[in-house]
Design a protein around this ligand. Structure first.
Ligand SMILES: *[C@@H]1O[C@H](CO)[C@@H](O)[C@H](O)[C@H]1NC(C)=O
Ligand SMILES: *[C@@H]1O[C@H](CO)[C@@H](O)[C@H](O)[C@H]1NC(C)=O
Ligand SMILES: *[C@@H]1O[C@H](CO)[C@@H](O)[C@H](O)[C@H]1NC(C)=O
Ligand SMILES: *[C@@H]1O[C@H](CO)[C@@H](O)[C@H](O)[C@H]1NC(C)=O
Ligand SMILES: *[C@@H]1O[C@H](CO)[C@@H](O)[C@H](O)[C@H]1NC(C)=O
Ligand SMILES: *[C@@H]1O[C@H](CO)[C@@H](O)[C@H](O)[C@H]1NC(C)=O
Length: 359
């Protein structure tokens, strides 16, 4: 046993020297099937989306084993038969429950939110700078918790062996509620690692600015914070926004880091709609947008190859400033000129160092 773990660790350690190419293995989950519409998809009504089917690896007497137990045999078999440079992992990516910034975007409407309100720390009654969960968001995380409990009890689902979370408060809190009080194996307790690269796409919105490390550690004392995590947020400026290619590059760096150092097969990420969308792009999964609190499983194939043989590499575009209106805008369009902001009376959107925030 010890020898096996050592040799696995060695395989993992060598990966960082080469290029890791990711793909999604389809045919197991409804979410990676083009005919599944994400709009009304409910992961809790579909066993996380695991398709009911028999597998060649099913034992002769499959009856007593659940679909998830039999899927676990598929994954073990894939890994056991894979060449040395290939690794399969199952990722459960969960989006945080509704935060005050989500509530505010619904309340003010997307144009007014994107081009005006999102740049402020909050309004008179709500704070959305590093937003906390609303009651609805708490309920969504508790729903995920109840669903995990039911899957463990009735499906004997393989639970995550490693947990990772974005440093933004809504994710720290969602992970806490989702994985509290579950009958998890003693060998793999819920002790998440806070990863800066798992955060949301960094726009000028104050909901994308993280809190300081001391506050995170004091709020969630059982969490591990990755090495190198700075006291203050050094990425959010409030002036320029991360481009989606830059985000994809850091999503790949995050995956490379985890796939090079973590030999677990089952992983849990607690992150954001934009960040999960970016991870799905890097993993070659089709677009599948998650509502707040939803979870998506992905069967990942990682191939360590010669960098010269990499077929798709990401070149990150520089961060760009997004102009804004000084009063609520007429409308906004996604992307495009002027950050998509159309201000009243034909007034051109402005670009300044936005907004005044405590340093
Ligand atoms: C799913 O749709 C994408 C884009 O339309 C297409 O490239 C891909 O081949 C489709 N996959 C399957 C399995 O039909
Ligand atoms: C999914 O369902 C929604 C709502 O019914 C619909 O507007 C949308 O076009 C559907 N998407 C696809 C890809 O079929
Ligand atoms: C799989 O079968 C079970 C009953 O055995 C059913 O409750 C469930 O909804 C089915 N899941 C899917 C994704 O079709
Ligand atoms: C502030 O925004 C929240 C949504 O985040 C909304 O529910 C609340 O009504 C707003 N307060 C005021 C005074 O407009
Ligand atoms: C959730 O957070 C509370 C408050 O910090 C803490 O007491 C509890 O241990 C946490 N639970 C988990 C599972 O992290
Ligand atoms: C860290 O953040 C908390 C919450 O925003 C704040 O109260 C505290 O003063 C900050 N600590 C430092 C050292 O900046």
């Amino acid at each position: 046993m010890v020898r096996l773990e050592l040799s696995l660790a060695l395989v993992c350690a060598t990966r960082s020297l080469a290029y890791i190419q990711y793909s999604t293995v389809t045919g197991y989950f409804l979410q990676d099937d083009n005919s599944t519409n994400a709009t009304f998809f409910d992961y809790t009504a579909t066993n996380f989306g695991l398709i009911n089917q028999s597998y060649p690896t099913d034992p002769k007497k499959a009856a007593p084993l659940t679909q998830w137990q039999r899927f676990a045999l598929v994954v073990s078999s894939l890994n056991a038969n894979a060449p040395k440079n290939v690794d399969y992992k199952v990722l459960f990516a969960g989006r945080h429950g509704e935060g005050w910034h989500n509530a505010a975007e619904s309340y003010y409407g997307t144009p007014a939110w994107n081009c005006d309100w999102s740049l402020l720390d909050g309004n008179k009654t709500a704070i959305w700078s590093d937003a906390h969960l609303t009651q609805k968001g708490i309920d969504q995380a508790l729903k995920a918790n109840a669903f995990w409990k039911s899957r463990i009890q009735s499906e004997k689902i393989p639970t995550p062996e490693s947990y990772y979370t974005s440093p933004l408060y809504r994710c720290l809190a969602t992970a806490n509620l989702t994985f509290s009080g579950l009958p998890l194996p003693a060998k793999h307790p819920f002790i998440p690692t806070v990863k800066n690269k798992l955060r949301e796409g960094i726009s000028e919105h104050t909901c994308d600015r993280r809190s300081n490390k001391t506050y995170i550690q004091n709020s969630f004392p059982t969490y591990r914070i990755e090495r190198g995590f700075t006291e203050y947020d050094e990425l959010w400026t409030g002036v320029t926004a991360e481009t989606s290619s830059a985000q994809d590059l850091r999503s790949k760096e995050l995956l490379d880091d985890i796939f090079s150092h973590d030999c677990s097969t089952y992983l849990s990420f607690t992150a954001h709609s934009g960040e999960i969308a970016s991870l799905l792009r890097v993993l070659g999964h089709r677009a599948f947008s998650l509502s707040t609190g939803a979870v998506i499983p992905v069967l990942i194939k990682a191939e360590t190859i010669d960098p010269a043989a990499a077929t798709s590499t990401i070149s990150a575009a520089s961060w760009t400033p997004s102009p804004h209106c000084t009063v609520p805008p007429v409308t906004s369009v996604s992307g495009g000129a002027n950050g998509g902001c159309v201000c009243p009376n034909g007034v051109a959107p402005v670009i300044t160092s936005l907004p005044p925030f405590p340093t």
